[in-house]
Design a protein around this ligand. Structure first.
Ligand code: BGC
Length: 802
């Protein structure tokens, strides 16, 4: 018997009273019919319903010497007092795109012995740089539901950035999967605020413990690629705090050094000059002590952005990404201070925050200078080609394997036992004929093993182990006859190869990326290409047809899906010959190894879906806005708190596979749920709320432990394995919250026959909702219930909490 203790503060969620469903008459797969949802009149947007607004909040709060930041901020302040105004302007202004080896660069400041900064993408590892690891992306590590793997991935990424001399890791990316088709979902951690929050927390700790600055992005509610520079995400305060702000709060609690305001508007205020969200929310309420850095070219004003709380502009020029350095800041900021438009103290605070971040992770103690040139990685004069990969293939492989969710396993067809004959079908099973890294930033029609999505979040692959490579090795050992058909469109050959095989594994994909790249999803290109966001949430290269052709001839068809997000499966999931489905997310370089380990039972699958897979597209509560003639398209978050599984629960819609779902080769039994009050006031836990106002920032008691949840899980099957018990909370009926919200999770190892005790602690915050009238986190009157389950719909234990 073993005991596992997990104690983390978690978020509260909520729900808006009513919800507008889309018109079902619209064809779900046609983007141009995806409507812009109307605003519900009762929704407390500020401004008016047609044009919500962000309230002004000035002045910009100075950073503080609180907690961990005391020494770094004191040192930074000393430097700042010795700096000229020109030096200050240099420190806060990027050197201009291409003026330096990294995607963003800050020039050295000799007067304070400061070597400058190298900022480099991205969330998945070092972008566009050789001898670096193509880690499994955010969506994949989210699928492990393992805090340990999230942390270890962060550590490995941090080591690689440090080894290349990059000061700033432009990640993690924590924009929730609001609309399943949104292009950059794969860079982040799925559709649940809590899951995103814990992944952000662990990633930041992992990266920053390696002395690399992390930049959590894109602040805030940057949820789609269409209209990425002009769209306004309109949301009410409760949704903002309980859903979209939560992961940023967790990153700040982990000590994140910087936050990146995105390209979008929120409530019609551009994020790089949104004083409500920069000055008030981030710097006052959440007491963020580091610096804000604009997304590349997202700054649109000099004075306004300075006063609203922006601290660094990237890449420095007025647009992204050209080498012409006309800047809103630089010499213009100096002038704005000289003529009184911007107080000197504001620029000093920008500089303090930037230098404090540098000291916070001890980059003044012998940190390497960049040894690569992102702008030209083949230039012999500027690239040292330092190999930073170490043994990071090990953690990458573990994550890619642990993330695989087994969604179907009819008649225990898996794991495989030395099959006599196996067929691999689909281009994703084998290498791309034109080689690795053929498309810069992965922007191109995918054919061959899919490693990740496209855009600034992509990395190059130094190697890529395909299913063909991994399974062929196994076939040699087992004396299995293997054959393949890697053409997605050659159905005649696919059927021929699949015929008379005792297993036919079909590999299919779905891809998306960042909006500066547009990619077609079939051959010949007969559909509009995808402008970052997916046009459809179906398989690419007509994968449905390939599955059906193979299943028509082989009664043991196993489907392996590599995808950026949900894909509709109704056309084939219930086909009696489709016996098993592996949901393998985006694997990075360890594609085939991960799939082979699960197929053959070397790894008992433990992955869980970090989002819901619906039966039809219109079942989802939110949609990408694809079409608008408005100069500033209004993207109204009328679904409020009801994204993903909260919506399916609240509206009683049956999904194909629910959030948190994944099968195992063994079985687990849950028992002995115990819930204990551990806060100051014992059973009278109501007492905390309402007695402590905190006009300036959140009160510390909010994050103290309030309730302990314990239960046991027993492995009753005949294989060792991991289980992912999930703790959900049911708020009192009148709270306006969804039927259940995730509050804790972790992955636990349980040998067969063994029982594990699991303990989690919920804080007062976890039990609170944001009250707009009170401007406070508050308890909801009534009975709460703790739910423990193996998925969001497989609840095994309940306990009420009065
Ligand atoms: C992306 C950011 C990225 C930056 C620098 C922007 O286009 O939105 O995520 O960090 O470019 O490459």
């Amino acid at each position: 018997m073993r005991c596992i203790t997990v104690c983390v503060a978690v978020a509260a969620l909520g729900v808006r009273a009513s919800l507008v469903r889309r018109d079902d008459a619209h064809h779900p797969e046609t983007p141009d019919t995806a409507p812009n949802l109307p605003i519900i009149p009762s929704v407390p947007f500020l401004g008016n319903d047609a044009m919500p607004s962000s309230p002004p909040s000035y002045p910009s709060p100075n950073t503080t010497t609180n907690g961990w930041w005391e020494h770094p901020v004191k040192r930074a302040r000393k430097d700042v007092h010795a700096m000229s105004l020109d030096d200050l302007a240099t420190l806060v202004t990027g050197s201009g795109y291409g003026n330096g080896p990294c995607v963003g660069n800050i020039r050295p400041i000799p007067s304070i012995d400061f070597p400058g900064l190298c900022l480099q993408d991205g969330p998945t590892g070092l972008r566009g740089v050789d001898y670096a690891t193509a880690f499994p992306p955010g969506i994949t590590v989210a699928g492990t539901f393992s805090k340990e793997l999230m942390r270890r991935r962060g550590t490995a990424i941090g080591r690689e950035f440090r080894g290349k001399g990059a000061n700033v890791y432009l990640g993690p990316m924590v924009n929730l999967m609001r609309a399943p088709a949104a292009g950059r979902n794969w860079e982040g951690f799925g559709a649940d605020p809590y899951l995103n929050g814990e992944a952000a927390f662990q990633t930041v700790l992992g990266v920053q413990n390696e002395r690399v600055q992390a930049t959590v992005k894109h602040y805030l509610a940057n949820q789609q690629e269409h209209f990425r520079n002009t769209g306004s995400s309109n949301l009410d305060e409760r949704t903002e705090r309980e859903v979209y702000l939560h992961p940023f709060m967790r990153a700040i609690q982990a000590g994140v050094v910087s936050v990146m305001p995105g390209y979008n508007f929120v409530n019609n205020s551009w994020m790089t000059q949104n004083s409500a969200l920069l000055n008030d929310r981030l710097k006052r309420e959440l007491k963020f002590q580091g610096y804000t850095v604009s997304d590349w070219g997202a700054q649109h004003s000099g004075v306004a952005s300075a006063l609203a709380g922006l601290d660094m502009t990237m890449p420095g020029g007025t647009s992204c990404c050209d080498t012409n350095l006309t800047s809103f800041w630089g010499a213009n900021l100096t002038q704005a201070v000289t003529n009184g438009s911007v107080p000197l103290s504001r620029v000093q605070d920008m500089a303090t925050r930037i230098l404090a971040g540098y000291y916070f992770v001890r980059q003044d103690e012998g940190y390497l200078k960049p040894n690569f040139n992102f702008m030209d990685i083949d230039d012999p004069a500027t690239n040292e080609h330092v190999d930073v990969m170490a043994d990071h293939d090990v953690i990458s492989r573990e994550i890619s394997t642990a993330a695989i969710a087994l969604l179907k396993n009819a008649n225990a067809t898996l794991p495989l036992h030395k099959p006599k004959k196996i067929a691999l079908i689909g281009s994703d099973a084998g290498p791309f004929a034109l080689g690795l890294n053929y498309y810069p930033d992965n922007i191109g029609w995918p054919y061959g093993a899919l490693s990740m999505g496209w855009g600034s979040g992509a990395t190059m692959n130094s190697y890529l182990v395909t299913a063909y490579e991994a399974i062929q090795q196994r076939a040699r050992r087992d004396h299995t006859a293997i054959n393949w058909s890697f053409d997605d469109f050659d159905y005649v050959n696919a059927r021929k190869v699949a015929n008379y095989s005792d297993v036919a594994a079909v590999f299919v994909t779905s891809l998306s990326g960042e909006g500066y790249g547009t990619v077609p999803n079939s051959k010949p290109v007969d559909k509009a290409a995808n402008m970052g966001d997916r046009n459809n949430i179906t398989l690419w290269n007509g994968g449905e047809k390939l599955i059906q052709e193979v299943a028509a001839i082989n009664n043991n068809t196993i489907v392996v899906v590599h995808a950026v997000g949900p894909v509709l499966m109704e056309e084939w999931i219930e086909h009696p010959n489709v016996t098993a489905v592996l949901w393998a997310h985006l694997p990075g370089s360890e594609s085939g190894t991960a799939v082979a380990d699960v197929l053959y039972g070397d790894y008992n699958p433990s992955g869980r879906l970090p989002y819901t897979i619906a039966k039809q597209r219109r079942d989802y509560p939110a949609e990408v806005l694809y079409n608008s003639d408005a100069p500033q398209p209004q993207i109204n978050f009328t679904e409020g708190l009801l994204i993903d599984h909260r919506h399916f629960d609240a509206k009683d819609i049956e999904p194909r596979f629910e959030f948190g779902f994944g099968l195992s080769y063994t079985r687990f039994n849950y028992s002995a749920l115990d819930v204990e009050f551990i806060g100051d006031y014992g059973h009278n836990w109501n007492h905390k709320w309402g007695h402590h106002k905190a006009p300036d920032g959140l009160p510390s008691w909010l994050f103290e432990p309030a309730v302990r949840v314990s239960f046991t899980v027993r492995n009753t099957g005949d294989m060792d394995g991991h289980e992912v018990p999930q703790v959900y909370l049911r708020f009192p009926n009148d709270s306006g919250e969804p039927p259940k919200v995730l509050r804790e999770f972790d992955r636990v190892w349980i040998p067969r026959g063994d029982t594990v005790h699991v303990h989690h602690t919920l804080s007062y915050y976890d039990l609170s909702v944001w009250s707009i009238p009170h401007q406070q986190w508050r308890r909801s009157p009534g009975t709460y219930e703790i739910l423990v389950g193996a998925s969001s719909r497989d609840i095994r234990l309940r306990h009420s909490l009065l």
